[in-house]
Design a protein around this ligand. Structure first.
Ligand SMILES: [Zn+2]
Length: 84
């Protein structure tokens, strides 16, 4: 993994959200293998951060626990529609 901007290979993976066990991440954080991105996440967050120039890039994949609840088709009853 290299930074696309400065070509250094000292790159950290950005951890989004609150870590459940900060102690298990401590060593990685010290080595800058991981950096904390914060608790506010969106659909367009970068995945990598360069420790050299702070350039961020990539596409982080968040595992939203409640993704299924955003199914707007639920509650729309097909039987009712066809009865009319
Ligand atoms: Zn860089």
């Amino acid at each position: 993994m290299k930074c696309p901007k400065c070509s250094k290979n000292w790159v950290a993976e950005i951890f989004w959200g609150y870590p459940s066990d900060i102690n298990s991440l401590e060593e990685s954080l010290e080595k800058k293998e991981i950096v904390l991105g914060g608790c506010i996440i969106s659909n367009y967050d970068p995945k990598w951060e360069c420790n050299h120039c702070n350039h961020r890039w990539g596409d982080a994949e968040h595992n939203f626990e409640n993704t299924d609840s955003f199914d707007f088709d639920k509650g729309y009853n097909l039987d009712e529609v066809y009865d009319q």
